[in-house]
Ligand binder design. Structure first.
Ligand code: GLU
Length: 449
């Protein structure tokens, strides 16, 4: 296993995020490898870390001033052992092969945990939608799809949203795909409701996280009601995490974006959340405006000279990192534990660094990794695909019921796998081992392909 890490580092020395995601899985699945000698003989780890296919392409587009712009587009088709490649598209200046390979790798196990037939993939571009007009975003999406359409399809690869890709972008991407292929299929998920989208898809990741948190607390006879919660981010995942936390009677005091965070000790209520949703989804404004609208709220700007994030210094019972990767480092984790946090549930993908995770586990914090806790989003994407294939539209209660059941099962399966492989109560081991075994067994059934 040492050599596996050495090999991937030697091959792609600059892909730090990918190394981090692989190292976490490699370290936690050891007992499963020991119990199944065929996994080692068949070199399953070596096969898993190599994407089945990587597509990289030029995305030329014209900005509003008539100036040509060029971005880099990607799709990582990581693993199709249990279904068509599935995973979001991220539009953000930080996007590169390392970030997308880590996301596609995690997605493979996350999708397996949902128990739906979904392989793993991820894609995107180093395009920054911030400050762009709707027309610029449309031209970018159209150009992006002009290449991507060759590689995707409802039974091949089904992209969706991620950071920087929401309902607006999915609409532009879908329109171009339909025009190029002359077919109306469920090739993308996260579509709008009146043209093939599923009810509850926008809410699914955040709601699923909170269901998962409730399941974790219920094991010890506890509940979310009355708990003070820190939430980071203010995009789709954060918004619906807050909505469900409010529903369950918790008090949410923080939100953030790339410019800083707000702390509202009075608690974010439904009305304030509606303000945030308008601000972020329609006006595309900055979170600082929350503090202007609700006096008593403190806005703290990002300080690039600091090595830790002050958001995680507020006293609280629970933390829901819903912004982005590596947003909680070792120091942040120490602050959270010192501030009383007993539960950390990841809405984002890989938001905690390895040092941060070690600190949580050493301190006995209930910690749920993103690949289990945030799987509700892609799970409802899987339900959107099912509805599209049947040309049917399920009612809200049907989708919501299925989402709750899926999150309950993921929770149960993580605990069972953790127990079985010698780390009772450890959700990190449970999620990695359960996802790993499902994917690997499917790969072995299908021969050396
Ligand atoms: N980007 C989301 C994730 O990280 C959703 C992917 C999807 O719905 O395909 O799981």
């Amino acid at each position: 296993m040492q050599t596996i890490m050495e090999k991937i580092k030697a091959r792609d020395p600059e892909q730090k995020e990918f190394h981090q995601a692989v190292a976490e899985v490699v370290e936690t699945v050891r007992p499963a490898l020991d119990a199944h000698p065929e996994y080692r003989h068949q070199k399953v780890l070596e096969r898993l870390v190599e994407p089945e296919r990587i597509i990289m392409f030029r995305v030329p587009w014209m900005d509003d001033r008539g100036e040509p712009q060029v971005n880099r587009g990607f799709r990582i088709e990581m693993n199709s052992a249990i279904g068509p490649y599935k995973g979001g598209l991220r539009f953000h200046p930080s996007v590169n092969l390392s970030i997308l390979k880590f996301l596609a790798f995690e997605q493979t196990f996350k999708n397996a945990l949902t128990s739906l037939p979904l392989g793993g993939g991820k894609g995107g571009a180093d395009f920054d939608p911030k400050g762009k007009t709707d027309n610029e975003v449309m031209r970018f999406c159209q150009s992006f799809m002009t290449e991507l359409y060759r590689h995707i399809g409802p039974d091949t690869d089904v992209p969706a949203g991620d950071i920087g890709v929401g309902a607006r972008e999915i609409g532009f991407l879908f329109g171009m795909y339909k025009r190029l292929r002359n077919e109306f299929t469920g090739v993308l998920t996260g579509k709008s409701l009146n043209w093939g989208g599923s009810l509850i898809r926008p809410e699914a990741t955040g709601y699923g996280c909170v269901h998962f948190a409730a399941e974790m607390l219920a094991v010890g006879g506890d509940a979310l009601a009355g708990k003070t919660c820190l939430v980071s981010g203010s995009g789709n995942v954060a918004q619906y995490t807050v909505e469900k936390l409010i529903d369950r009677g918790a008090r949410v005091v923080t939100l953030s974006d790339s410019s800083g965070h707000i702390c509202d000790e009075a608690g974010i209520d439904a009305q304030k959340l509606a303000f945030v949703m308008r601000l972020k989804n329609v006006q595309r404004g900055r979170i600082q405006e929350y503090a202007d609208a609700y006096p008593g709220t403190v806005f703290t700007p990002v300080d690039p000279t600091r090595s830790s994030n002050p958001l995680w210094e507020h006293a609280a019972d629970c933390a829901f990192p819903c912004a982005t990767e590596n947003e909680i480092n070792g120091e942040d984790a120490r602050h959270l534990v010192a501030g009383g946090v007993r539960l950390v549930v990841e809405g984002a993908n890989m938001p905690t660094t390895p040092e941060g995770i070690d600190h949580f586990l050493d301190a006995g914090v209930l910690y749920a990794p993103g690949k289990a806790a945030n799987a509700g989003g892609v799970a409802v994407s899987g339900l959107e695909m099912a509805q599209n294939s049947m040309r049917l539209h399920w009612p809200r209660e049907e989708v919501e019921g299925r989402l709750q059941m899926i999150m309950k099962n993921i929770h149960k399966n993580c605990l069972a796998a953790a127990e079985r492989y010698g780390s009772p109560g450890n959700y990190l081991v449970g999620a990695n081992v359960a996802g790993f075994i499902k994917v690997v067994d499917a790969m072995l059934d299908q021969g050396l392909v």
